[in-house]
Write a protein that binds this ligand. Structure first.
Ligand code: AHG
Ligand code: MN
Ligand code: MN
Length: 338
């Protein structure tokens, strides 16, 4: 038999989710259905992204989101697609999205879950055919089922996530997620319209020689961060920075590395959002054996106070995150610039 025919087709996402659910006798299947809803919306967004240049959906939408950032047309499309899928599914009572100022009540008070989502991550890369993504976190609601969703349902600490994941629209499209039992990656087969298990039980190398950081901001960084970046250069590490968090994170997850988005003079809390960027990736990286901090606190232990709050992020291979923390806490260095 030729090699291609001998290769197994592999496990489709639906089957995998179903098998996992069967291991929990009391599981009701709602979380499984929610993950399927996200995967379906991901396929639709993937389709829109693939033909964006042909159907006039690149470029700016002409308004700013709550972060003061210009929304791209695809930001808006992805936002609508995911919210619609989550609303129709019925398992979700509330959503927070990067693209929406307020908590969204889905009108499904029976829904047991809430979702925090960055519908399209890496917007600046949309128009230039570079990898972009979607990031999501899922929590069990705190208020009683059957009642309207409340802000405290979504303002939960990251260690309460029941699942988190991302879609990466790259050279291939992938879905990577965890429910707290390891990290699993699926690759999309467009001709079959299915995600197949391609990366079971993903683990991140404990160390590597890749650092990912927007060094254009280095004049604004604390002195301790610049000292660490000098250390990376002394060690002849490779700099790899795409500017799409999901893509930079995914590469480092596979190859090992550290991604850092420190505080700056202009943005003392950094740029990235705790609820729909940092928490999900922190959960995934820890499940894969890595680490995520804001420089002093474990990301997953930060008690959120606002839907759109930001935090500095140091995430990736355990030994590399330990090393940057060592630099951040060195007392003999100049006092921080920030
Ligand atoms: P988003 O497109 O969802 O607003 O996120 C952009 C984020 C993140 O994806 C990326 O790592 C970072 O912004 C890049 O920021 P800089 O351009 O400041 O490097
Ligand atoms: Mn983002
Ligand atoms: Mn975004």
């Amino acid at each position: 038999m030729n090699e291609q025919l001998a290769a197994p087709v592999g496990t489709a996402l639906d089957r995998f989710i179903h098998q996992k659910q069967e291991q929990f006798p009391f599981a009701t299947g709602e979380l499984s259905q929610l993950l399927r809803d996200i995967a379906l919306a991901g396929k639709i967004v993937n389709r829109e992204i693939n033909r964006a240049g042909l159907i006039n959906i690149t470029g700016s939408h002409g308004i700013q989101n709550v972060q003061g950032e210009e929304q791209q047309k695809l930001d808006v499309i992805a936002n609508v697609r995911f919210i619609r899928a989550l609303r129709n599914g019925g398992e979700v009572c509330g959503i927070i999205s990067e693209e929406e100022d307020e908590l969204i009540d889905t009108g499904k008070p029976e829904g047991k879950y809430v979702v925090a989502i960055d519908p399209l991550d890496g917007s600046s890369n949309i128009d230039v055919n570079v990898s972009i993504g979607t990031i999501f976190s899922i929590y069990r609601r705190l208020s009683e089922q059957g009642t309207p969703v409340q802000e405290r349902d979504v303002l939960q600490v990251g260690n309460k996530q029941v699942a988190a994941g991302y879609l990466l629209y790259g050279s291939s499209t992938m879905l990577v997620y965890t429910t707290g039992y390891g990290v699993h990656g699926f690759t999309y087969e467009p001709s079959l319209g299915e995600f197949f298990l391609s990366h079971p039980n993903m683990t991140i190398p404990t160390s590597s020689n890749i650092y990912s950081c927007n060094e254009g901001n280095s004049r604004e960084f604390p002195a301790e961060v610049n000292a660490y970046l000098d250390y990376c250069k002394d060690k002849k590490y490779s700099a790899r920075y795409i500017g799409s968090l999901v893509a930079d994170f995914h590469r480092n997850l596979l190859k090992g590395g550290i991604y850092l988005y420190p505080s700056t003079k202009k943005a003392p809390q950094g740029k990235l959002r705790l609820m729909y960027e940092c928490n999900a990736l922190a959960y995934i990286v820890e499940q894969a054996g890595g680490k995520a901090t804001d420089g002093s606190r474990r990301i997953l232990d930060i008690e959120p106070t606002e839907l759109h709050e930001r935090c500095p992020l140091y995430i990736g291979s355990e030994e590399m995150v330990d090393k940057v923390e060592e630099f951040l806490h060195k007392e003999q260095l100049e006092p921080s610039l920030v």
